[in-house]
Design a protein around this ligand. Structure first.
Ligand code: NIG
Ligand code: FE
Length: 411
């Protein structure tokens, strides 16, 4: 069925020749068409253009969206939305003065979430996670990456990945799954990290590959978590099974995780709050997308990724939410782009590029998502009546979404 949207005040992120991603100065341009139409057929974008060139399309339905804008749905390339319960108590502990690291050292943090998840049935975990997925879809997210990493046993990691698979089967949103077995060291392996890594590599990975449960492999490469050597070991093992690296690096300390990611052709390196000049240098002319997670910095009160330095050095940058119970209990991409503008001094154009086209690349979806382009998925947001697209990040804490379409259907 064909549906035609007419009188679009501004059609945002239009591409005639789709690019893989935009970097450096290119990020300050957002290609748009004023007074435009958009034609979709079933789940795909069929045509778009200026109203003055509108042809006869025999559309079954015509929708007049006068005064409103249309932009591609957000791509959220880094989340942990499959989790159980919450960590509200740790939030209060942090308000009272404990740091994220101190809470983790006390047995809170990731291990706290793992304990809760291990004691949750697959069915209940699915229900809790589906609620969050529905919530972020309504906030304009049209493609999402979800990680394991709150299981930390063979059974619980596989349970998480099966929940992700089930969500993908039951919802129209495109989901990519990431195996993050090396997220934290379980207490039972406290004095024997290499035995835990052996288990991840020799016992869990083969099952994931056999059951096709993940697209990507991730490691929390960080002081007191997993070293660069541990990271390389995991990435090497993952690559044997065709799992592409997308890794947590430089959140609190810079220990060489960026370089390890590049060495193993990581699709993305994420967090990057602690960046040395050599880390920025290493990313130049690579195919690895740097990903910033400003909501995490906001919630934990840690530094923001130095987006200005990175973009001014010619790098691309993507934005994602990091939605998880410990460091970012929010998956609102509208807030992410506002925070990127307010705290990281990105312009609205840069932030929207980072949350659409570059974010699609960071999850291997640049051929199907991230822009209004013929042949791509009919995934788009219809805004409320707003004066300009800059109003989207400007009205922080709010959103300007009237409707969300995923694969051609209003959700
Ligand atoms: O991306 N940094 C590692 N992992 C998550 C947070 C994990 C947690 O606190 O539960 C993150 O911030
Ligand atoms: Fe994360």
């Amino acid at each position: 069925m064909k549906t035609l949207f007419i009188n679009i005040k501004e059609l945002i992120q239009v591409e005639n020749k789709p690019k893989a991603f935009v970097s450096g100065k290119e990020m300050s341009t957002l290609p748009t068409l004023k007074n435009a139409y958009l034609l979709i057929e079933n789940s795909i974008i069929k045509d778009f253009g200026e109203m003055q060139f509108l042809k006869e399309f025999n559309a079954a339905k015509t929708v007049d969206v006068k005064g409103k804008m249309i932009l591609p749905t957000w791509c959220d390339s880094h989340t942990h939305i499959v989790f159980s319960g919450n960590r509200e108590q740790e939030f209060v502990d942090r308000i009272k003065g404990l740091s994220y690291e101190e809470i983790a050292a006390k047995g809170g943090g990731i291990l706290n979430s793992a304990k809760q998840l291990q004691n949750t049935s697959e069915e209940d975990l699915y229900k809790q996670s589906a609620k969050r997925l529905e919530e972020v879809m309504k906030l304009g997210t049209g493609a999402i990456e979800i990680k394991s990493g709150y299981g930390l046993t063979k059974e619980a990691e596989l349970k998480m990945l099966r929940v992700i698979k089930k969500l993908d089967a039951n919802y129209p949103i495109t989901i990519k799954a990431t195996f993050l077995g090396a997220h934290a060291l379980p207490r039972t392996f406290k004095t024997n990290k290499s035995a835990y890594l052996d288990m991840v590599i020799n016992e869990i990975l083969p099952i994931i590959a056999k059951e096709n449960l993940a697209d990507f492999i991730d490691v929390f490469c960080e002081t007191n978590y997993f070293s660069v050597d541990d990271t390389e070991r995991i990435l090497k093992a993952g690559s044997k099974y065709g799992l592409i690296p997308k890794i947590h690096v430089n959140q609190f300390t810079a220990i060489g995780g960026v370089q390890a990611g590049i060495k193993y052709n990581a699709l993305s390196v994420d967090h990057l709050e602690a960046m040395r000049p050599q880390d920025i240098e290493a990313l130049k002319n690579t195919k690895t997308m740097p990903v910033a997670l400003p909501s995490c910095s906001y919630f934990l009160g840690i530094p923001y990724t130095p987006a200005r330095k990175m973009i001014d050095a010619g790098l691309p940058l993507a934005l994602a939410s990091d939605y998880n119970p410990g460091s970012t209990p929010s998956g609102n991409m509208n807030f992410v782009i506002s925070t990127a503008c307010i705290k990281m001094k990105m312009t609205p154009e840069e932030a929207i590029n980072a949350a659409t086209i570059n974010a699609a690349y960071a999850m291997g979806l640049n051929k199907t998502h991230g822009s209004i382009s013929i042949g791509k998925k009919a995934n788009f947001i219809i805004t409320k009546e707003i004066p300009s697209y800059g109003f989207i990040p400007y009205s922080f804490g709010n959103h300007q979404i009237e409707k969300v379409f995923i694969e051609g259907l209003e959700i």
